[in-house]
Write a protein that binds this ligand. Structure first.
Ligand SMILES: Cc1cc2nc3c(=O)[nH]c(=O)nc-3n(C[C@H](O)[C@H](O)[C@H](O)COP(=O)(O)OP(=O)(O)OC[C@H]3O[C@@H](n4cnc5c(N)ncnc54)[C@H](O)[C@@H]3O)c2cc1C
Length: 436
């Protein structure tokens, strides 16, 4: 395959194996994922996207869209890797409380634009995750307990369909496709921009409280107590850390979507633990929400596993609280519930989540650690038994998993029917295809 026609249509923006910079362009953010691709194409406009998809459709080559590679699975063999990072325009209409977000914009860029108006989108924990990939997979936000899944906040998608035609998709224009794109993943079209609801957030209150590991029990017990009665505006995560060359630690990360006085009052419950190593609870703007969990922003090598927890019973305590976590770096429990668990009239494919907590396990993917990390991930999951449901949000699927772990069977069946209807030749390839 020479890709001559595509190179001529996008001069200087198509790279093939052997070209200068190809290896870097083809590498995803999760550097442990091996990502074989036939070519990399960089789109700067929606017309460029249409050019790539039309070419791919004629040539019968799949297109894998990837703005950042945070969700890379390696499912890119023989595909054109379509880079959309340059489509990063963000427009905010404060009166209508809506943002139009180019498909390449990350959350930091989106929230920088919305914060100026005292508004927020339904961002997750990392400022460098792409708003579009995140939203297409459902999008579990710090503000989700109050406002639901990010995908359900979408009003419209601007897409290029599998034949390379540009169009706008809404609930009225294409009800099935609109439903599928809201949580069902990027398997149905290439999105060039989306429009989503914004929510009032003149200020948020929150931060991290970090203690030595001898406070693990105390922090976990308070986490259980506080999350049992927390208002929907409050989200708290429990985290255990064991970084190389540092002693183990425990943390509570919290974000309150509301005024500082009430936030301070709610989070004062944790003061009894005493003597934190770090405590950066403070008034913040939404654009600063990524600083709470302080996740790496540079490309990282890692292995992870997410599971939805049905509760925090004995198996959780024995496995996740009482045992050392090494060689894992991070054991994280996110509080769900609230609007995330409520059925929504006219909602998308993501749907409500029944489990009250989500577990996320992470270990470094360095060569000398790989076997130990993999073994520990598997052992923890086995030990949790009935405390996990086996499901996980689409955006937390690990490279070796597939879409069936993210959807119930009725949702998966409908997604598959829609996929066959809108992309019969399999030109659009998501990281976790619904037919896979
Ligand atoms: C540090 C870190 C923190 C995270 N925190 C959260 C969190 O708080 N909540 C949460 O829900 N998730 C979180 N995630 C997971 C993240 O949302 C997913 O990995 C998501 O897929 C990332 O989207 P992306 O566009 O950045 O990644 P990419 O890997 O570039 O894209 C992922 C997939 O999205 C689809 N896609 C992207 N853009 C388009 C497009 N324009 N058109 C069609 N399809 C497209 C493609 O199928 C692509 O394979 C986190 C991930 C990391 C690494």
């Amino acid at each position: 395959m020479t890709f001559d026609e595509l190179r001529a249509a996008l001069p200087g923006r198509v790279q093939l194996p052997g070209d200068d910079g190809f290896e870097d362009a083809a590498r995803p953010w999760i550097t442990t994922v091996d990502q074989p691709v036939a070519a990399v194409a960089h789109a700067a406009t929606a017309d460029d996207v249409a050019t790539v998809v039309r070419y791919a459709s004629r040539a019968g080559i799949p297109v894998a869209t990837q703005p950042t590679g945070h969700g890379a699975s390696g499912n890119t063999a023989k595909a054109i890797l379509l880079r959309t990072a340059q489509l990063d325009n963000v427009e905010v209409a404060p009166t209508e409380r809506v943002a139009r977000v180019g498909a390449g914009a990350n959350w930091r860029r989106v929230l920088a634009a919305t914060s100026e108006h005292g508004l927020t989108g339904l961002a997750g924990s990392s400022p460098v995750v792409g708003a579009t990939g995140y939203t297409l997979g459902g999008g579990l936000s710090w503000f989700g307990r109050r406002h639901g899944w990010a995908s359900d906040a979408v009003r419209a998608f601007e897409i290029v369909d599998a034949e390379g035609t540009q169009r706008r998709v809404t609930a009225e224009s294409d009800p099935d496709l609109f439903w599928a794109l809201r949580g069902g993943s990027g398997d149905f079209a290439v999105v060039t921009a989306l429009e989503f609801d914004l929510f009032p957030a003149p200020e948020i209150y929150g931060g991290r409280m970090l203690w030595p590991a001898n406070r693990t029990r105390a922090a976990f017990e308070l986490f259980q107590e506080v999350t049992a009665t927390a208002p929907e505006e409050l989200s708290v995560w429990f985290q255990r850390f064991h970084f190389p060359d540092a002693p183990p630690m425990v943390a509570l990360d919290a974000v309150y979507l509301g005024d500082a006085d009430r936030g301070r009052e709610l989070l004062a419950r944790f003061d009894v633990i005493g003597d934190p190593i770090l405590d950066n609870r403070m008034l913040r703007k939404p654009v600063d929400v990524g600083a709470v969990a302080d996740e790496p922003t540079d490309p990282s090598p890692g292995f992870f596993r997410a599971e939805q927890l049905t509760g925090l019973g004995d198996a959780v305590v024995e496995t996740l609280i009482d045992e050392p976590i090494a060689p894992l770096l991070d054991v994280q429990i996110r509080h769900l519930g609230g609007a995330l668990s409520e059925p929504r009239v006219g909602g998308g494919a993501r749907g409500p989540i029944a489990e009250p907590y989500m577990l996320y396990l992470f270990g470094l993917g360095l060569p000398h650690l790989v076997d130990g990390v993999r073994a520990r991930l598997g052992a923890i999951v086995d030990a949790l038994g009935g405390q996990i449901s086996g499901q996980k949000p689409y955006t937390f699927l690990a490279p070796e998993e597939n879409a069936s772990a993210a959807f119930d069977s009725a949702t998966l069946t409908r997604l598959r029917e829609i996929k066959r209807a809108v992309d019969p030749h399999g030109i659009i390839r998501a990281n976790f295809p619904v037919l896979g």
